[in-house]
Design a binder for this molecule. Structure first.
Ligand SMILES: [Mn+2]
Length: 317
């Protein structure tokens, strides 16, 4: 029997979790006798090039026109926003691996043969477990990407949704690849915080509104090593970006979740008064005179999105 090519891919401009999953899962499928390739749509987030440069990993950029018409698709780190490259028809998607929770858009995918959505710290944890279950060993590159994918998405295993499964996956990956080290984590986090002004909007990820029956909201997110210093320097630019995005995307509210990845707390910062009131009403956060709400633990955007979905669209859950 001729196997169709499986293309493993993720959302537009993927982060290191998405990249790790597509790289390592395509490799696993090949090791299992399938014919798989990964497809990176758009420019990955900065942390991807930081990790790749640090460890000498080269990614392959398949062009959309190189994807065979007959291909089947696997979506990893699917974020529930129905945001796939235009050449991917939903009925050609045969598998989804994700950790963002269920979403209404899943109804559009009618050909799914395998669906695993678990609320763990990173989708890379699920892919790592697939290796463990199959008793196959990931390549050095896959192991490194998976490890730092888990570390990045779970904010060094400190995020709310971090599970024992994430911790176990990291431990196992360290036994597989001796190049993986905890010392590199801080180095990556600090490098990642060095965001050029031209890149700020891209890193804030404020392009995708969450749409609810009565309103639209954008939650931007910044993950930085020393957020207080960062905000001192860039607050006005961040505010400008949010105000522009609010108009461009025609949303009712927009705020940014600033995650201090080294010190383990967040500062929430709204674009305007309406957005501030929305945050207080929805999450109960209280703002200081600088319009900043500081919460002394890590809450990620995906946690906030889950609260929004529960509160304003109960049918989605
Ligand atoms: Mn992820």
């Amino acid at each position: 029997m001729i196997h169709k090519v499986r293309i493993v891919t993720s959302y537009h401009e993927p982060d290191i979790d998405g990249i790790a999953c597509m790289y390592a899962y395509a490799e696993l499928l090949n090791k299992q006798g399938e014919n798989a390739q990964y497809f990176i749509w758009g420019t990955p987030k900065q942390e991807v090039s930081i990790v790749c440069n640090m460890f000498g990993i080269t990614l392959k950029y398949l062009k959309p026109e190189q994807i065979a018409e007959s291909s089947e698709f696997v979506i990893v780190d699917f974020n529930g926003k129905d945001q796939l490259h235009g050449s991917i028809e939903p009925n050609k998607v045969i598998e989804i691996i994700d950790h963002h929770g269920l979403s209404k858009t899943l109804q559009n995918y009618t050909s799914i043969q395998r669906l695993q959505i678990d609320r763990v710290g990173a989708a890379a944890t699920i892919v790592t477990e697939r290796y463990m279950q199959s008793k196959l060993t990931p390549s050095r590159e896959s192991a490194i990407l998976l490890f730092y994918g888990i570390i990045s998405n779970s904010i060094n295993l400190k995020s709310n949704i971090t599970k024992q499964r994430d911790i176990n996956a990291c431990k196992w990956l360290k036994t597989v690849c001796k190049d993986i080290s905890d010392e590199k984590i801080k180095e990556i986090f600090i490098k990642k915080s060095n965001i050029e002004d031209d890149n700020l909007r891209f890193e804030m990820e404020c392009e995708l509104p969450n749409t609810f029956p009565d309103f639209k909201v954008i939650i931007a997110q910044l993950e930085v090593a020393n957020i207080e210093e960062f905000l001192k320097e860039k607050k006005q630019q961040i505010l400008n970006i949010m105000q522009v995005a609010k108009k461009e995307k025609d949303v009712d509210y927009i705020f940014v979740n600033c995650v201090d990845i080294l010190n383990g707390y967040i500062i929430v910062f709204p674009a305007d008064e309406q957005s501030k009131q929305f945050v207080t009403k929805t999450f109960g956060y209280e703002f200081n005179e600088n319009n900043e709400a500081r919460i002394n633990r890590i809450i990620q955007r995906k946690d906030m999105t889950a609260i929004l979905r529960e509160k304003y669209n109960p049918k989605m859950n």
